[in-house]
Design a protein around this ligand. Structure first.
Ligand code: ADP
Length: 281
């Protein structure tokens, strides 16, 4: 974080002059840190009871497991109990994911030191993402295709980059119909490596495009909720991109599909540790 507590901002005056504005951000940074640490602590404390709920729901499901087919010995009450246990399992898994992603976000916002940057093979990242999303894709009969250049390298954290690209591919799968294609394309352009994820899905309205990277923002509540998403995936992608000195962009047409592009520096940074974690105020 900014040790001086001052943000300098250059403002072009249009007459060949530039004004430099100094803003005291000490208090707002302190508040952002307090809020971030609070969210991190609460999320951490929630992990244990949520884990316990999941285990209890599993135990209930095991106890009422129908052995293959029907279980005439199960009373109506037990059948109902089983249905409730399934709901508890579903909701607690969702809650667990939410807490996991909140923790991830606070980590990216600097609650923990960033790992030292290392060369990361883009082919590895894409391979990892394809593995992670295989089951979800085939359940929806979606083809995940990889093309573009091979052998590219970026610099940073392999796990964070795999998380970012997986979030994009998971979204591409979640927001597409069956029998469609999701394409992952890596390219080197000028000074950047781009990893683009293109889908033939529902698309995003121009009004929503500006907001989808905000925490908890979801374009269409009804449609989004059916995917079991948390609304944090793209906020995480945005922070990972900025922690790597890059950014994420989107181009989308409603009812036709979307392309999310992660743009990362192709050269090793002089010292990546000087890139401050992005703190949202
Ligand atoms: P969620 O958990 O809801 O998927 P995200 O932060 O990953 O949260 O995405 C925010 C919102 O952006 C989603 O709820 C959805 O409305 C929209 N969105 C994200 N990716 C896509 C996509 N590939 N196609 C259409 N809409 C998308």
């Amino acid at each position: 974080e900014n040790p001086l507590g001052v943000h300098l901002r250059a403002v072009g005056l249009g007459s060949g002059h530039v004004a430099v504005e100094a803003v005291d951000v000490t208090e707002s940074h302190r508040l952002a840190r307090v809020r971030r640490d609070f969210v991190a602590n609460v999320s951490h404390e929630l992990k244990t009871p949520i884990g316990a709920l999941q285990l209890l729901a599993e135990a209930l499901l095991d106890a009422t497991e129908p052995a293959g087919a029907e279980r005439p010995d199960l009373s109506e009450d037990l059948v109902a109990a089983r249905r409730f246990a399934e709901r508890i399992q579903h909701e607690s898994t969702r809650l667990g994911r939410l807490v996991q992603e909140l923790l991830e976000l606070t980590r990216l916002q600097g609650a923990e030191p960033q790992p030292a940057p290392e060369p990361v093979a883009v082919d590895w990242v894409i391979g990892e993402v394809v593995d992670r999303t295989r089951t979800g894709a085939s359940a929806r009969r979606i083809d995940v295709v990889v093309d573009g250049e091979r052998g590219l390298t970026v610099y940073g954290s392999d796990t964070q980059l795999a998380t970012a690209v997986s979030n994009l591919v998971e979204n591409a799968i979640n927001y597409s119909g069956e029998d469609t294609t999701v394409r992952i394309t890596a390219r080197l352009d000028d000074e950047h490596v781009t990893i683009a994820v293109t889908d033939q899905g529902i698309g995003i309205t121009p009004g929503d495009v500006d907001r989808i990277f905000e925490r908890f923002y979801r374009a269409d509540q009804a449609r989004s909720r059916a995917t079991g998403g948390t609304g944090l995936g793209l906020a995480i992608v945005k922070h990972i991109a900025s922690n790597h000195g890059g950014r994420v962009e989107v181009a989308s047409t409603l009812d036709e599909g979307s392309t999310f592009t992660l743009r990362l520096p192709a050269r090793p940074p002089d010292d990546l540790s000087v890139i401050p974690p992005s703190v949202e105020i």
